[in-house]
Design a protein around this ligand. Sequence first.
Ligand code: AMP
Ligand code: ZN
Length: 494
Amino acid sequence: MSLRVYNTMSAQVEEFQTLHDKEVRMYACGPTVYDYGHIGNFRTFIAVDMLQRFLRQSGYRVHYVMNITDVDDRIIRNAARDGVSVQQYTAKYEKAFLEDAAMIGIEQPHLVRATENISEMADFVAKLQAKGVAYRTDDGSYYFRIAKFPAYGKLSKKDFSGMIDGARVDVDEYDKDSARDFALWKAPKPGEASWQTSIGPGRPGWHLECSVMSMKELGDSFDLHAGGEDLIFPHHENEIAQSESLTGKTFARFWFHVRFLLVEGEKMSKRLGNFYTLRDLVLKGHKPSSVRYLLTSVPYRNQLNFTFDGLKQAAVSVERLRNFRQRLSEQSFSPGCNPEMQTLARETITHMREALEDDLNTAQAEAAILKMVRQANSALDAGSVKKEDIAPLLAALEKFDEIFAVLADDDRPKMKAVFDWAMSEGREKDISPELREIVQSGQSSDADIEEKIAEMEAARRARNFKLSDSLRAELIAAGIMIENTKDGVRWRRK
Ligand code: AMP
Ligand code: ZN
């Protein structure tokens, strides 16, 4: 195995080497759970998922840790707006994130939550203060003094020689060109969630969370740290400053950053109306496998422009792969083997591996498998595929799918889950006719419908009208006409 991967720190493609033989310790900055995940988030998470899958396929044991940022300015603001606690607010979006990640084929990393590591964070700040690199302000907040870390800027390659010692900022995401002492710990403001700790009351800054949790799980030095390219500065620069000033050791060896996703040629934004969560796309009737395929179709460092044409194209490619596999398993073949098919399958596996070893060139790996499918389909048409060719061709598909994860034919149940979620959230109007059709193509059986009606009736009798109404709406959305008669409820399909 000789993976070569781009390292933002050296600004070069490097031979991937680990600190511990055959073991990779890696960390990705996870979601801030204040809303549903959008397709830009998922581009990044899928790229890291593919990296860890490829490392495992290459024989490494992988410790992959991801944090859930479950306290920050936006969360506190939104929870207050909705009149719920921070925990109640984030639980909903963390659950949604995990469902979405599973829906789009992301294998679950080891998850760590900011709010479960608060006392470790306070201790970390105390140690930085003891080293003279952190200071406390009158209100009880703590800041990192970047003038004490001369290497500041080494990841983002920014020159901060003109910075003003002592200038401070307490928002987590700040102006990309200014270097300021950043907040490690924020003193409580009235009405805000805060914790009582050894350094006083307050809550951690976002940068601190990642330093503390990655080192707690993976050690002072680990192999790889990942995130979207927007995190290079200030977030990752600040993580390095905190961690390396404390330990004097290299924090993460490789820095893996995923290029920002564009939508129809523009930066995704709610204002431009080109902002899509994964659920928005499923509501429009797109399959999760098509979305995953599209997000993997451009190597992670290249610009990926998400378009609906591209999404349709991705759906066609996934269908082609699935149909091919179906053809191999359904047909009967004459005994023997065709050396050409044997070579084709073997070479495809080699080409895929070479492509992925080349800084995860997913586009080339996909081109290799599609080429195999094209050639093998022609051979199938010509009747020249033999019994012993099936296993090697399937093996190539399987190697591909260990990384790309699009072949399992399980889109419909996943889409049904999004359908049910939309109904339960009162978002029936957002369900497209396309999604409705896909969900209904696996029509509920009569027994399912009878059962749901009985449930609805029971809810009505118990005067739980909210539940009975929502069950009724669900039935109607699934194309069931319901009539109340003197003999009870009658129903028929539309
Ligand atoms: P957030 O939930 O905003 O903290 O972001 C979670 C992850 O998604 C981070 O690694 C971000 O860098 C990444 N991310 C956010 N927007 C995009 C985008 N448009 N393209 C790629 N990655 C993104
Ligand atoms: Zn982070």
